[in-house]
Design a protein around this ligand. Structure first.
Ligand SMILES: Cc1cc2nc3c(=O)[nH]c(=O)nc-3n(C[C@H](O)[C@H](O)[C@H](O)COP(=O)(O)OP(=O)(O)OC[C@H]3O[C@@H](n4cnc5c(N)ncnc54)[C@H](O)[C@@H]3O)c2cc1C
Length: 435
């Protein structure tokens, strides 16, 4: 187990242990207002990540595999980070949203795939049960997810509907003692190894077929073909994160696993997405901090035309531009999180910040790649995977466009999410159904 004290010592020695803010803070120390506990947790996350995770990234990214022992290493070395987003009474650490966001940022400065794996586990799967489940479900299901004893996933996106997430075709049909779930899901993180599947489906036994959450467990299935998962191959972003296509064929969900208290898209999955979008907005901040540090370390050693390239004026201007971008991403994410905790910020602000950090983050990481030259596209130099990984953040948990339109609707009072032709088509459909 790595103690907080040991990891602080190595940071003080000037090693890269707490490196994601090392150079940036010479200009603006955005972290200086954090409390001691949060700083310790960041140091621990970063220290474990740089010792145990970072050395594995080039080969596992290349193979598109999740390192098989990395979760047990995290469990053994960082017990105080298990369930870091979850409340204490359900096996989490009870740190609160701000500290949890900084832990995610610190882990993302090492690797965004690993961080996303944890966010799917904690921020989507367990969070769904936390926000929409009853007390029995929370006590029964969340602690083993927090301890990483069971893996969990969040099944919303379908092959024909991503951004329009409420347009689901997966159905839950009432049968004796439970529900039968049938349908296909796409992009599902952690599904290959999951025991707990939080499935969003239309309940056909209730008028209007509202969307509800159903916790389907692999170990409950008598028919082993009821849940079928296939890895999505050929991804060029977040290759370490394992995503799958999932088919449910009359999968069994007992009545005790139906999250029945919250019915309808906005009241159920909408609340989960609002909370998890906050964590996701922090991921590009971490990716960029990690990439920026690596870039600065590189250019202070790399020579061209008889001098280190860090002495080049154009390079310095780019560094300052990137640093300003990262500081603004950090400060906006921090303010959004503070306001959310205080109950003063909702979906439009969260969506705006997620759109902003992913868009600016893309620019920063592309500049890092550019500055590191040819080595910027080689995995061993630590920039290439970040450059590719940030692409997924731009798309998942609400694409840049959808997040912008959510904020745009709040600014103008007019929704532009449905195009004029979509509105025309739905009027036509309604008229035809009346005939
Ligand atoms: C790495 C990764 C991990 C993921 N993990 C999960 C997971 O664990 N669980 C899960 O349920 N889902 C997951 N997703 C799915 C993710 O949430 C969707 O990819 C996302 O919602 C976008 O859907 P789509 O890819 O189908 O794009 P589409 O909806 O097909 O959109 C295509 C393009 O059209 C644009 N667009 C769509 N509608 C509009 C509009 N009205 N106005 C303007 N532009 C528009 C979009 O912004 C986008 O640029 C993951 C995705 C990725 C890439």
């Amino acid at each position: 187990m790595i103690s907080v004290c040991e990891s602080q010592k190595s940071a003080a020695n000037g090693s890269t242990t707490n490196g994601e803010n090392m150079h940036m803070k010479k200009v603006l120390d955005v972290e200086n207002n954090l409390d001691a506990q949060t700083k310790d947790l960041i140091t621990l996350a970063r220290s474990w990540g740089s010792q145990h995770l970072e050395p594995l990234i080039p080969s596992y990214w290349d193979k598109a595999e999740f390192p098989p022992n990395i979760l047990s290493s995290f469990r053994d070395h960082c017990p105080s980070l298990l369930g870091y987003t979850l409340p204490k009474q359900y096996g989490g650490q009870g740190y609160g949203l701000m500290a949890a966001s900084h832990i995610s940022r610190a882990l993302a400065s090492i690797d965004a795939s690993f961080t996303t794996t944890l966010l799917v586990q904690y921020g989507l799967c367990a969070e769904s049960i936390l926000l929409c489940g009853n007390e029995d479900q929370k006590r029964r299901l969340i602690p083993s997810l927090a301890r990483l004893e069971n893996m969990g996933c969040f099944c919303l996106t379908e092959p024909r509907s991503g951004s329009d997430a409420s347009d689901l075709t997966t159905t839950a049909t009432k049968v004796d003692g439970g529900y039968s779930i049938t349908g296909s899901k796409r992009w599902i993180g952690n599904a290959l190894t999951a025991e707990v599947f939080v499935v969003w489906a239309k309940n056909t036994s209730v008028e209007g077929h509202p969307v509800m959450g159903f916790v389907v467990q692999r170990s409950h299935q008598k028919n082993k073909g009821a849940i079928q998962t296939r890895k999505i191959e050929g991804k060029v972003s977040m290759r370490i994160l394992q995503n799958a296509d999932v088919d449910f064929y009359e999968a069994w969900c007992p009545d005790t696993n139906v999250m029945g208290g919250h019915v309808g898209f906005a009241q159920s999955v909408g609340r989960v997405l609002e909370a998890s979008r906050i964590s996701v907005a922090w991921i590009p901040v971490g990716i960029c901090q990690g990439a920026l540090e690596k870039t600065i370390q590189y250019i202070t050693k790399r020579q061209a035309f008889g001098a280190v390239i860090s002495s080049n004026q154009i390079i310095q201007e780019k560094l300052v531009r990137m640093t300003a971008h990262v500081c603004s991403m950090y400060l906006l994410a921090e303010r959004m999180t503070q306001d959310f905790i205080a109950g003063k910020c909702s979906l439009p602000a969260i969506s705006m910040v997620k759109a902003y950090t992913t868009k600016l983050g893309r620019e920063v990481v592309a500049l890092c790649r550019e500055i590191v030259g040819g080595n910027g596209i080689v995995l061993d130099f630590g920039i290439a995977s970040k450059w590719a990984d940030i692409e997924a953040t731009y798309t998942y948990e609400g694409t840049y466009e959808i997040c912008s339109l959510v904020a745009g609707r709040a600014l103008t009072g007019v929704s532009a999410i449905k195009s004029a032709s979509a509105i025309k088509n739905s009027i036509k459909r309604r008229q035809q159904s009346k005939l």
